[in-house]
Design a binder for this molecule. Sequence first.
Ligand SMILES: [Zn+2]
Length: 494
Amino acid sequence: MTDTRKTGIERDAADPAVKQDRQQAELAHHLITQGRFAEAAEILTPLVLAETLLFAPYYDLGCLAVRQGDVETAISLFNMALLRDPGSVATRRNLALAQGIEHRYEEALATLSPTLRSGQAGNEDYGLVRDILGKAPALGPIAWARLLSDLRTPSPEQKRALDEYDALLQQLTVRKSENDHLRAKIAEVTTTQPVTSQATSSFLTALGYLSANSLAGFKWFSDENSYRVWDQQVETIQTEIERYIDTQREFPGYCGLCGQSTVFAVSSGLQLEGHTHLREGMICARCGTHNRGRVLGLAIQDFTNRHSNMADILLMEATTPLFGLLSRRLPNLIGTEFQSPTIAGGTAMDVGGRQVRHENILDLSFPDQSLNLIAHADLLEHVPDVETALSECFRTLRNGGELIFSAPFSQTMKQSRKRAELLPSGEIRHFAPEEYHGTHLAYYNFGWDLLDLCRAAGFSNVRIGVCFDPLQGLLSTGRFGGYFMQPIVFSCIR
Ligand SMILES: [Zn+2]
C-alpha cells in the first residue's frame, strides 16, 4: 500500500493535469467521429495505460477497438463504459453489435433488453434485434422469451402465472436470482407461443406439477402396471421440461443431497441418441454429484434418516463425489472398488495414491448377515452373473437390511436382454454388439424382470423408487426416443 500514484478515480477533477487529460480525450473523441482512428489511438493509448484518466473514454476506445478488428477488447471496453453509465443507449447498441460479431447472440439481446424496455429504442436498435435473430435461427428459447417479454406487456394471465411461479420458488427456499432460467421457461411458454388457452393451461399444469411434487421424495412402485399409471400422468410435463433442459448448458435449482441452492451443469459430455444424456449429467456445481448418483445418494440419505442406529453401510464405490459427500456424514461408511476377479476381497489396493478396499460383488468378503445397507450404482449390468451378485448381497445383509441400487433399466422393456456371457474358459460369448460404458462391458440391458430376479434372490418388498424432480436436477433420459430411463433406484429388503 505504498503506491502513491493516483488513479483516475482518485484524482481531483479540478486538478490541471486532469483537465488536460480530459481535453485530450475530447480531442480523441472528435477524431474518432471523423474516422481518424490511428490519430485517436495515439492520444488515448498512453492515457489509458497510465490509468490517469478521470473520465476514461471507454466508449470511444471500444469504438476504436471495433474499427481495428479487436472485437473482444471492444466488448470489455463497452462493458466498462456501461458500468459508468448503464443508461447509455449508444453504448448498449455498440456492445450488442460487438457481441453479435462474436456470435454471442443471447448476450447481445440481454444487452439490448434495458433499451427496449425503457422505450428509448430507435430504428437502429430494432434493426439490430432483427439482424441478430436472422443470424441466430437456433437461438435458445430463453433469448426469445427475454426478447418477447421485453417487447410485450404481459397479459393478466401471464402476470398471474409469473406471480405464482415466484411464490413457488419462495416456498422452495430457492433463491430467486438463481432461477432466471426457470423463470424464462415460464416466460417462454407464456410469451413465445400465441397466448391460447392451451398454452396457458399447459403452463399451469407444469406449474401445478412442480408445486405439488418438488422436494416430495421418491414414488415407489412394485410392478410395471402401477408405475404406468403414474407415467401417463407425468409424460407430457416430463417431456416438455426435459426438452427444454436439453437445450440448456446450465440449470439452476436446489441440490437435496448437499442441501444448497446450486446450478446444475446439464451435460457431462455424453450424448444418447443425439440428445444430452441427462442421466449422466445435471452435475451439481456444489457437490459434484450427477443425476443418477444423486438419486442413489438421496435414497441412502432416506435410509440413514430412518435408521439412525444402523451403522454397517457398504457403498460399492470409493472414488466418486457421492462417496466423498456421504463418507463425511457417515464415518463408518465402507467404500470399495472392484479391481480384478483374481484379487481376494477385502484387500487394500492403491487407487490414485489412496488405499481403497477391493471387493467383487460375485464373492464378497463380508460375513453372512453383517451389513445393514448395501448400495451400488450402475454395477449389476457389468457383472457376468447377476443372480450370483444379488445372492451375495442377500447373504451379507442382516435380516431387515436393505439393498439400494441403480442400474440402467428401461421402463419400456419387459424382459432383460443378455448381451454377453462369460464362459468357463474365460472367453466372452457375445449375443449382441459389444456395449461399453467407459471401459466396462455391459452383459445386460435390464427390463422389468429385474424386479423378479431380486425376488428370486430371496428379497421381499422389492420396489423401484422414482425421484423425478427438475428443481433438484433429477430427470429421465431418452424421453424423446431411445432407451428410456427414469431417475430411479431399486430397493430390496432382506
Ligand atoms: Zn449438490
